[in-house]
Write a protein that binds this ligand. Structure first.
Ligand SMILES: NC(=O)c1ccc[n+]([C@@H]2O[C@H](COP(=O)([O-])OP(=O)(O)OC[C@H]3O[C@@H](n4cnc5c(N)ncnc54)[C@H](OP(=O)(O)O)[C@@H]3O)[C@@H](O)[C@H]2O)c1
Length: 348
């Protein structure tokens, strides 16, 4: 059993079974949720999809599990449901399923800013879940990676402002975007034409502003999510957040360049390293001599968010800059969701 999920469902004794459903199991996030659940005998799993994947199978405990076509009645019998499909599907199913007393962990953006739905990163604000809450929202992947690096710094002093630039991988846009990156890269290397159909711009050997619509403020949907979700998770409606979100031709794991400005505190680099090292789910990778800092290839497949390039901001005595990488399919989505379930059901 991998050490980073060793506690998940680990303390269920005997024959107790938990009926679990994953909706959108064939997708980039859903497959990771299934993979995390696979190791726990206690989970009695059903997986759901649309007509596109229904009838196909996923690997499950050395064999296969068939994806079922989702119908409304299918979900109500499950103790725990992971919604890993679309916001539209979540708006149709999540509340209703939770109203039967089942726990629903929703990976879409559908309920994240609903004041009655907790938005949770377990290491940071698990206590925002109140007794009786059944529907829990999983934050945006960039928000999770950002706050895993930033929240520990609150031990040092109040935070006034965060400036963040993201370098977001293809898998953040789902399996089809990963396929498009691979196919367009192959076509480019073979000197062939390639017409993108998933993302709005050529992806091979290119980068572009995040593919969510831009509003009147000039910020795109991904950026406005980071602003609003950061304020909700940190319970700080005043904190300044200025994001720039960029899609880069990387298959997996997002990277973020982060500057944190404190209220009235001049950060000491070693103190920053110390609070980050002490924070569960963060690994400091900060080797100046070896020029070894967080990289997406080293963050891929890992539970921890890697944080490094920790340095004082020469233009602002109250600010510190960092570089973070995290597997957004794991801590940025599936792992965070399974960790919420683990603690909600009292298994660890
Ligand atoms: N990718 C990330 O890094 C990431 C991070 C955080 C949150 N999220 C969120 O997680 C969710 C899933 O993202 P993803 O990247 O995994 O997307 P994806 O790879 O495109 O997968 C989407 C999944 O949704 C299923 N689906 C779509 N319409 C359906 C329907 N009508 N009925 C049943 N299943 C349906 C698809 O099943 P079929 O193949 O059968 O159609 C597929 O399994 C999204 O809400 C996304 O915003 C993603």
């Amino acid at each position: 059993m991998s050490p980073w999920v060793r506690t998940i469902f680990g303390k269920i004794e005997g024959e107790v079974k938990v009926s679990v459903a994953v909706v959108g199991a064939s997708g980039a996030v859903g497959r990771e949720v299934v993979g995390l659940l696979e190791r726990y005998d206690q989970v009695d799993l059903r997986v759901f999809g649309s007509e596109r994947s229904a009838g196909t199978t996923l690997p499950w405990r050395g064999g296969d599990i068939a994806i079922e076509l989702l119908t409304e009645s299918d979900l109500s019998a499950n103790n725990l449901v992971f919604m890993t499909a679309t916001s539209e599907l979540s708006s149709l199913f999540a509340r209703k399923t939770a109203s039967f007393g089942n726990y629903v962990i929703d990976n879409s953006s559908c309920f994240r800013m609903d004041p009655n739905v907790p938005l949770v990163i377990p290491e940071i604000n698990f206590e925002s879940i109140k007794t009786g809450d059944r529907l829990i929202a999983n934050p945006n992947c960039c928000t999770i990676i950002l706050l895993m690096a930033v929240a520990p710094l609150r031990k040092l002093g109040g935070i006034k402002r965060i400036i963040v630039s993201t370098y977001q991988s293809a898998s953040g846009a789902g399996r089809e975007a990963m396929d498009e990156l691979e196919q367009s890269t192959k076509a480019a290397l073979e000197g062939k034409e390639f017409e993108p159909t998933v993302l709005p711009h050529p992806y091979a050997f290119n980068l572009f502003s995040h593919n969510t619509p831009i509003d009147d403020s000039g910020y795109n949907g991904e950026e406005t999510k980071i602003i609003a979700e950061t304020r909700k998770i940190l319970s700080d409606s005043e904190i300044g957040v200025n994001p720039t979100c960029i899609r880069v031709p990387i298959l997996r794991a997002h990277s973020e360049s982060i500057t944190v400005e404190f209220e009235d505190f001049a950060p000491d680099e070693e103190a920053v390293r110390r609070v980050l090292r002490d924070f569960p789910g963060v690994r400091v990778v900060d080797d100046r001599d070896g020029n070894h800092f967080p990289m997406p290839v080293e963050a891929s497949g890992q539970a921890d968010v890697l944080v490094g390039r920790i340095r004082r901001d020469p233009s602002n005595p109250r600010a510190v800059s960092m570089f973070a990488c995290g597997d957004q399919l794991l801590k940025g989505a599936a792992l965070n969701a399974v960790q919420i379930a683990d603690r909600l059901l009292g298994f660890s």
